[in-house]
Design a protein around this ligand. Sequence first.
Ligand SMILES: CC(C)(COP(=O)(O)OP(=O)(O)OC[C@H]1O[C@@H](n2cnc3c(N)ncnc32)[C@H](O)[C@@H]1OP(=O)(O)O)[C@@H](O)C(=O)NCCC(=O)NCCS
Length: 162
Amino acid sequence: MVIVRHEQAKDRAAIRRIHRSAFGRPAEARLVDELRKAGRTISFVAEQDGAVVGHILFSPIQVESVPVLALAPMAVMPKFQRRGIGSQLVRAGIEECRKGKHRAIVVVGHPEYYPRFGFRPARSRGILSPFPVKDGAFMVLELAPGPPLRGLVAYPPAFRGI
Ligand SMILES: CC(C)(COP(=O)(O)OP(=O)(O)OC[C@H]1O[C@@H](n2cnc3c(N)ncnc32)[C@H](O)[C@@H]1OP(=O)(O)O)[C@@H](O)C(=O)NCCC(=O)NCCS
């Protein structure tokens, strides 16, 4: 059975392993550690039979001066992929962001994956990435009404090199 729950301190080593295995490099595992240190993150893990096999992180960023959240990174251990675990993590994360009255979530990711959760291309709404991204990979999910979201997204320095 899969359980999705908030990250706890004891999960940190497993979370690093998941990102290193799923992305095949250490950059995303480091990003998680840096963003956690910076604070105000929303972090969920997926546990299968007591083992932590998936992780998703949301952290504060801005669209111009409007605070929103970045969904990044997320990963599921390769041998547990394509069983719906990633989807459970995304749905639990979105729900938590909604509860927290966050304005929107921005993601850079697979254009075939995130639209099923309501994400839409950000560029066509006037939200611009500060770095080059493939068409359709830069997406936004608006959660609550608020000030218009337009302009450049500002990522914290931890994202450099990702
Ligand atoms: C992306 C990821 C988190 C999805 O987790 P998951 O548990 O496999 O996701 P789910 O089982 O809920 O959904 C599976 C669906 O995701 C999509 N998907 C999974 N990996 C994908 C990929 N690399 N590219 C495009 N679509 C992908 C497929 O459409 C798949 O559906 P299918 O089984 O009908 O083909 C996982 O594949 C992963 O860790 N990948 C490597 C790291 C990564 O790319 N992270 C996301 C960065 S945006």
